[in-house]
Ligand binder design. Sequence first.
Ligand SMILES: [Fe+2]
Length: 130
Amino acid sequence: MTLIEWRDELRVGIPEVDDDHHALVDLINRLYTQLKSGQSAATIVDFLGELYASVARHFAGEEEIMKTHEHAHYEEHAAEHKQLLDDICNMIDDYQDGVLNDDQQMADRLDDWFCTHFKTQDIRLHELAK
Ligand SMILES: [Fe+2]
């Protein structure tokens, strides 16, 4: 099942970043499939943990690239990464506490989580690909 369709507009033109983003979209779609197919809470929490680890790795890589290229929006972008990692922790807590027990709500949060950051920050990485 597909929550986020991988498409050309999601490419920033830096192969490592594009490959990571594609892998993250795949991971989010796999999580969405698990949510929709009624997997156990333990499986979902494990998967969210896997997502957190992949995202943390990806953000560290993206931050290295920004530093190397002296990206003008580095501080702002890196601060948002911190916030986004906290958001995943909050999703895990909310899921475990039963506050976020609706599949669609979780899917909406994941979609918003990826797409909003992409549109506001990652899209500007295009500048570094030139
Ligand atoms: Fe980013």
